[in-house]
Design a protein around this ligand. Sequence first.
Ligand code: ZZB
Length: 260
Amino acid sequence: QEYTALKLKVKEWAPEAAAAIKGKVPEGADVFFVPATLRPETMYGQTCCFVGPKINYGVFKVTEKEYFVVTDRAARNMAYQGIFPENGVVNKVAEVLGSACVGTLVNAPLSVHKDGVRILPMETVLPTKGTGVVTSVPSDSPDDFATVTDLAKKAEYYGIKKEWAELEIVSVITTPSYGDLAAPFLCKKLKIASPKDTKQLEEAKELAYKEGFYQGIMNIGEFKGQKVEDAKPKVRQQLITDGEGFAYSEPEKKVVSRSG
Ligand code: ZZB
């Protein structure tokens, strides 16, 4: 899988996370949460960034001035993709639990929310996929829409401020079948009531991917009016050129055959 990894710079740490990295990351260095996405063209619509609350993340040194927050597994992969200075070598300076990061304010490249977005918990984040960090685009990702809706509804239970989960959801892509907001439309249509409706969410995701890619027209940003198919590589390249993202690939899953 060829992902686009995005650099979300920390503007203000949640207190628990600040304590975990204290003295381990030099003052003045930038720390980035690094989600991996298959849909760089939707980055205008980021409203928050998810971590698995029970996932343990590493803080990895990239240069004197740059550190990444990702899973150990993702860091290992990055080390073989020319992302860290020395091939095959990772330099972990600290560890932090996802739940400790909740509330951290980060700057999300291209997002309409210029004051930043919050790190929020998502129970269904897989530690074995991507970087273990997931940027949230509730306009176009049914999983994200179901999760932010649930977070806002049960803010107290999740220990977050309700408004962190209620940033405006703007239209990024228009499609003939699902209108300006594909994910909310599909969640309603398939009667998805919570992030636990995994079967319907899987179906909604498939539908949203297909319709968005083949029929979608950009409704925002520099490539507004263009087909998603055409805009997708352009947005990706722009992020990479601007130093706000980079290519990240997932290694092939090992297929064990009888013959070895
Ligand atoms: C932003 C985004 C916007 C995404 C969208 C999707 C959509 P897939 O589809 O299963 O192959 N993701 C990445 N890593 C993880 C993880 N560790 N655990 C759970 N989810 C993860 O996976 C690719 C997508 O799954 C990624 O692209 C990411 O969410 C999420 F409008 O990034 B995406 C219709 C989907 N729309």
